[in-house]
Design a protein around this ligand. Structure first.
Ligand code: NCD
Ligand code: ZN
Length: 347
């Protein structure tokens, strides 16, 4: 095979994934473990992972759900609430139970009902995280009913992130699954303590994918896809080589009946073909040489973790994404269902 027909990169990681629990966990975890060496596992279970013991037990369930022989490493996170104790956070982090904590504004998204109602309530926790260098992962949307859903990320930057960065300039923050030009500009201007993850869907689709020609629940996730100019800004920065931006799929499976409903839930299941999906974007942007940094280097450097040893190879042989995927407890419609992507991960 010539170099043009395949691409070999250092093993990548997924810096934002929902592995779920129970039977669904057993069905979805192998998809992430097949593609990635490590992943930041989100804590928005029911009930949420709000203490060290719960996180440690969840980690054991993930390990038990992996295929025999898998060397996948889950990187765990703590779910912040109004009542989170700074000492518990510091202890669990020092003990290696979790590498980061996740801030969900209460009621912003799936599984966020126990989230933080007012960031002022957790300032002692955030100050402690700043002191110990522990990353804060943020779902950056306001939940104010008066704010249009397409503006919620931009308003969150103004109301919450700018004051937070000013109050705690040493706090290391990952602005998760960014979707707007405003977020790109904010992260770039904030400097090296700020980083952002970018999902495959926000690089591929704008809001038309959800709404044109019929309402398409499988293109619905939170934060929702925005206008085309936002998508173009995300593609530009993801493929720019900037170390502040890295891969985070936000793969979030829901049974198709729960999405194809009068009130369908938010989340796109992209784990099975995540690398193929991202690589299509880098190829379209003429930036194949920037893919390894985005997928395998910028994330671990921000988290101050070693880069993975070993490599993965993608071949230009094409892969057709199935219409549906059976994940034990559920039938899930994956991102790119029915489409053919130009590259395939060699396994
Ligand atoms: C996520 C989920 O289903 O857990 N959904 C989503 O649309 N991304 C939650 C989240 O990350 O917002
Ligand atoms: Zn998520």
């Amino acid at each position: 095979m010539t170099a043009k027909d395949s691409m070999t990169i250092r093993r990548p990681d997924d810096w934002h994934v929902h592995l779920r629990d129970g039977a669904l966990l057993a069905g979805v975890a192998p998809h992430t473990a097949r593609q990635f060496a490590r992943a930041i596992v989100m804590p928005n279970l029911s009930p949420p992972m709000t203490d060290s013991a719960g996180v440690a037990a969840y980690r054991n369930r993930i390990m038990a759900a992996l295929p025999t022989g898998s060397d996948f490493t889950p990187l765990m996170t703590l779910y912040l609430t109004d009542r989170t104790d700074p000492d518990e956070v510091a202890r669990g982090h020092a003990a290696g139970v979790f590498v980061a904590a996740k801030l969900y504004p209460a009621h912003a998204t799936t599984g966020s009902a126990h989230g933080v109602t007012d960031i002022a309530k957790i300032m002692p926790v955030l100050a402690r995280m700043e002191a110990i260098g522990m990353p804060l992962l943020i779902h950056g949307e306001v939940t104010d009913n008066h704010v249009d859903i397409f503006d919620r990320e931009a308003v969150f930057i103004e109301r919450t992130l700018i004051p937070l960065v000013k109050a705690l300039p040493g706090l290391r923050i990952v602005f998760e699954h960014i979707t707007t030009t405003e977020a790109v500009q904010f992260v770039e201007s904030a400097g090296a303590n700020l980083a952002a993850t970018i999902t495959p869907q926000h690089l591929h689709i704008n809001r038309n994918a959800m709404l044109v020609g019929g309402i398409r629940p499988h293109a619905y996730c939170l934060p929702v896809a925005k206008r085309e100019h936002h998508r173009l800004a995300l593609r530009k920065v993801a493929t720019s080589g900037s170390a502040q931006f890295f891969l985070g799929t936000d793969s979030a499976p829901h049974d198709k009946r729960l999405k194809e409903a009068a009130c369908g839930c938010a989340g796109i299941f992209n784990a099975p073909f995540a690398l193929e999906s991202y690589l299509a974007v880098f190829e379209q942007e003429g930036a194949l040489d920037k893919f390894e940094g985005f997928a395998s280097e910028h994330g671990p450097r921000f988290y101050r973790l070693p880069l993975n040893e070993g490599t993965v190879t993608l071949e230009r042989s094409g892969v057709t994404v199935p219409d549906e995927i059976d994940v034990c407890d559920a039938i899930v419609v994956p991102f790119h269902a029915g489409e053919t992507l130009g590259w395939r991960l060699r396994v």
